[in-house]
Each structure stands twice: as structure tokens, then as C-alpha cells.
Design a protein around this ligand. Structure first.
Ligand code: NDP
Ligand code: 2IT
Length: 444
């Protein structure tokens, strides 16, 4: 058995029940076959892959808090510190009832390669809880965040591990978490990113993942003699990533006709009115179906099905495995020619293979959504310098980073004879830097 296949078999055997983690590892290992096979003896001796697929540390803890009825609630809390070869652990915190250790391991694993691709000095980590912020009062969210941080604060720090937002964690949660960290440690430091602008946050961080997604999409289209202006775009989700992907796509002349949440999707043939969506989601914390109350010409459909809408470009920006083979085929049949992943691993393996085999342009999440964490790293730089850069400065850096990520993925794919396969390109380019650092640092 090849080294790569042997490691995958071990991962499945030693991490039972963690389907998403297996899936993420398999995709990366399959891409790396060409690189690993050429250095098999050296890497085997150093147990490089064994170390690559094993988190450096997983912290798991109890999160007790009191709800508005005086009832004590208990959630599970985690931080997966996956790999610190190229910098302090960096990655978001997810608050969603589906969160478990396997999902956070998949996200932490992806984060290692994504962060490497940004070219910035950040290692990979991820954390979160099965706490569901939906329907909770601000006080309940604060009680949860304070309890979560009371424990987490022992394991993080500006030069050690720097969490940020992900699903269910936005400005409100980061504020509560930051306040408690400061109270626990007495340190006013850049220990979290996505902070408010008045207490160390960076301009553009809110927009960064969505904007970055559209910057790299634009770059991929240009490299393939296509353009974004005038194209019809379908975007899933209606959270942070989806909203700012919509904003940038619209600014660059595309027409976004659909958005969704976990209940259903809206179709607006005239183009999504983003101020209406921002009011529903960012101000009122409502459901996407409320859009049709303000825009009666739009149509709301309950359930899945957003990928059956005719479009040129699809941007999955909700969650993992939200786009399967059937969806991929529906997109292709309707003329869609490009897909870029705003979410982490939103396409199933079968869907990804279909995109690649059918000649569609496909940019995987770890390259396409890296703008968020890249801007987090810019926030860390500003915190270290005790300076704040302008919107234009940060946005220009973000754009530059996304253009560079495209170039790295494109170049690695070409070097290994799979030109145009940005999945292989991104995995290989991300891997190369981490491996060099791991090999240089000895057996740790
Ligand atoms: P938000 O919490 O702001 O929004 C998430 C959106 O996705 C909501 O519309 C939500 O709908 C929908 N969604 C979540 N879970 C499901 C589900 N199981 N089924 C259907 N829809 C679902 O999160 P973000 O926008 O920040 O994150 C979206 C994706 O982007 C995630 O995969 C995240 O890991 C990834 N990402 C985020 C980055 C960031 O900077 N925020 C950076 C890089 C990647 P509902 O409200 O109904 O739950
Ligand atoms: O998946 C991701 O890259 C994020 N949720 C952002 C992480 C970060 O540290 O900004």
C-alpha cells in the first residue's frame, strides 16, 4: 500500500465516526500523492503524514451557564490546536448544535493548509461548541460566552492561539468573549480577531471572507478568459460570508439572484436587494423568508433546492456538504460554468470530482475563503503595532493576498501536470510551506 493510502486507512481506523474529518483528509491526501510518492522514503521515516493528520492538542471542556428561566444548561466546548509549524494556531469558533469533535478536526485540518496559502505566519486551529445561539437572548449568549472563555482563556494568547468567528459567532459573540478574556487574564492583547473597531478590530474584517471569495473568483475567471460582469450568480447562506460575497459580486457588475438559510431559499429575478437582507440578518436576526414581505416580486421556497436555479456562477457559502452530486449535475445542466466555495468543504467529494471532470472552473474553500483568516492576520499585525490601517489599505492587501493565492494554486497545479485543477494546486501549495517548516523544526 502506498504511504498516502496507508495513512488514510489509519485515520479512518483511529478516528471512528468522524466522517467529515475523514473526508477532508482524503481530499488532501489524494491531491498530495504526486508530491509524497516522490519523497516517500524521507517522509515515511519522519512520520510526516502521521504528524500532519494528528492535532497537536485538543482541549475539550464543560460549559455550564444559566438560561433566562434560571435553569442551568451544559454544553460541550472544544479547541483543536492542529498545527503550529508556521505560526500561532489561528481559526474560528463555531457555535451550532451540529458541532462535535470530528467537525472541528475537519475544520482545523483545512485551516492548516488555508492559512499556509495566505502567505502569512499563522498555524491552524478551530474551536466551538454545540451551543445554539438561535432564539437565545443577548444575556444568555453573554452567559454562554463568558463561561466558554473562562475555560478557553487558559489555552490561548496573542502569540499562542488566536480564535475568531465562524458559523454563529459574529461581532456580538466576539465582544463578549474578548471582555471575559481581558477580565480573566488582565491582558489587552490581540487574542481574538473580528473585534469591534473601537477595541482593536480591523476595517474590512467583516467583509473579508465574502470580498476575498469574489476577488479570487474574478482572478480565476480572468485567467480563463471570462469575466464576472453581467453574470448571474446564486449564493447559498445569508450569513457573514454570503452577504459580503453578494455585496462584492454586485459591485463588480454581477447579478445575484438567490440566497438561503437552513429553512429555505429566496429567488429574486431582479437581483437581491442587499439592504433588505442585511436588515433581516444583521439587525433583526430573522429568517430569509422575510425578504418577500419587503420584496413581494421575489419567491421563497421552503427546503433545499437552491442549486436548481439557473445561473452562470455558484458560490456555496453556508456549510459543509451542502452541495451534492445531484446538485452539481443540476448546476452544469443549467449552464453554470464556475463554482467557488465560500464555506468550508460545502461540496461533497462526488460533487467536487464532477466539477473537475466536467471541465467546470472550481475553486475549493481553502483557497477561496482564505480572505477572512488572512484579514484576521492583518488584524493581528495591526494589534502588535498598536496601529490601525485604513479601509483602502486593508482592502488592497486582501486583494493582493487573494491574487497571490490564485497564482500559487495555479502554479502548483501546473508544476505537477494537472493544470486547471485548483483543488490539487491549493492542497499542494498549502502543504509545501507547512512541510518545510515541520521538517526544519525536527521531531515535535
Ligand atoms: P453565519 O453564521 O454568519 O451564517 C451561516 C449561514 O449558513 C446562515 O445563513 C445559516 O442559516 C447557513 N447554515 C448554517 N448551517 C447550515 C446548515 N446545516 N444547513 C443549511 N444552512 C446552514 O456563518 P458564516 O457566514 O461566517 O459561515 C458560513 C461558512 O463560511 C461556514 O462554512 C464557515 O466555516 C465558512 N467560513 C467563514 C469565515 C468567516 O470569516 N466567517 C471564513 C472562512 C470560511 P441558518 O441561519 O438558518 O442557520
Ligand atoms: O474558516 C475560517 O477561515 C474562519 N472561520 C476564519 C478564521 C479566522 O481566524 O479569521
Amino acid at each position: 500500500m502506498s504511504y498516502v493510502d496507508e495513512i488514510y486507512a489509519k485515520v479512518v481506523e483511529q478516528n471512528p465516526g468522524e466522517a467529515e474529518f475523514h473526508q477532508a483528509v482524503k481530499e488532501v491526501l489524494d491531491s498530495l500523492k504526486l508530491v509524497i510518492d516522490a519523497n516517500e522514503e524521507k517522509y515515511r521515516k519522519m512520520a510526516l503524514l502521521e504528524r500532519m493528520v494528528e492535532p497537536e492538542r485538543i482541549i475539550s471542556f464543560r460549559v455550564p451557564w444559566v438560561d433566562d428561566n434560571g435553569q442551568v444548561q451544559v454544553n460541550k466546548g472544544y479547541r483543536v490546536q492542529f498545527n503550529s509549524a508556521i505560526g500561532p494556531y489561528k481559526g474560528g469558533l463555531r457555535l451550532h448544535p451540529s458541532v462535535n469533535q470530528g467537525i472541528l478536526k475537519f475544520l482545523g485540518f483545512e485551516q492548516v493548509f488555508k492559512n499556509s496559502l495566505t502567505g502569512l505566519p499563522i498555524g491552524g486551529g478551530k474551536g466551538g461548541s454545540n451551543f445554539d445561539p438561535k432564539g437565545k437572548s443577548d444575556r444568555e449568549v453573554m452567559a454562554f460566552c463568558q463561561s466558554f472563555m473562562t475555560e478557553l482563556s487558559k489555552y490561548i494568547g496573542a502569540d499562542q492561539d488566536v480564535p475568531a468567528g465562524d458559523i454563529g459567532v459574529g461581532a456580538r459573540e466576539i465582544g463578549f468573549l474578548y471582555g471575559q478574556y481581558k477580565r480573566m487574564t488582565g491582558l489587552y492583547e490581540g487574542v481574538l480577531t473580528g473585534k469591534g473597531l473601537n477595541y482593536g478590530g480591523s476595517l474590512v474584517r467583516t467583509q473579508a471572507t465574502g470580498y476575498g471569495l469574489v476577488y479570487i473568483l474574478d482572478e480565476m475567471l480572468k485567467a480563463n478568459n471570462k469575466e464576472l460582469a453581467g453574470k448571474t450568480v446564486v449564493i447559498s447562506g445569508s450569513g457573514n460570508v454570503a452577504i459580503y460575497a453578494t455585496e462584492k459580486a454586485q459591485q463588480l457588475g454581477a447579478k445575484v439572484v438567490a440566497l438561503s438559510d437552513s429553512n429555505g431559499y429566496i429567488y429574486d429575478k431582479d437581483g437581491i436587494k442587499l439592504d433588505v437582507v442585511k436588515d433581516i440578518k444583521e439587525v433583526r436576526r430573522g429568517r430569509i423568508k422575510e425578504y418577500v414581505n419587503t420584496v413581494p416580486s421575489a419567491v421563497y421556497t421552503e427546503g433545499k433546492g437552491i442549486w436548481t436555479i439557473k445561473c452562470d456562477i455558484a458560490l456555496p457559502c453556508a456549510t459543509q456538504n451542502e452541495l451534492n452530486l445531484e446538485d452539481a449535475k443540476a448546476l452544469k445542466a443549467n449552464g453554470c460554468f464556475a463554482v467557488a466555495e465560500g464555506a468550508n468543504m460545502p461540496s461533497t467529494r462526488e460533487a467536487t470530482d464532477f466539477f473537475l471532470e466536467s471541465g467546470m472552473l472550481f475553486m475549493p474553500g481553502k483557497a477561496a475563503n482564505a480572505g477572512g483568516v488572512a484579514t484576521s492576520a492583518l488584524e493581528m499585525s495591526q494589534n502588535s503595532q498598536r496601529l490601525a490601517w485604513t479601509f483602502e489599505e486593508v482592502d488592497a492587501k486582501l486583494k493582493d493576498i487573494m491574487v497571490n493565492i490564485f497564482a500559487k494554486a495555479d502554479d502548483a497545479a501546473k508544476r505537477y501536470g494537472v493544470a486547471g485543477n485548483y483543488v490539487a494546486g491549493a492542497n499542494i501549495a498549502g502543504f509545501e510551506k507547512v512541510v518545510d517548516a515541520m521538517m526544519a523544526q525536527g521531531i515535535v
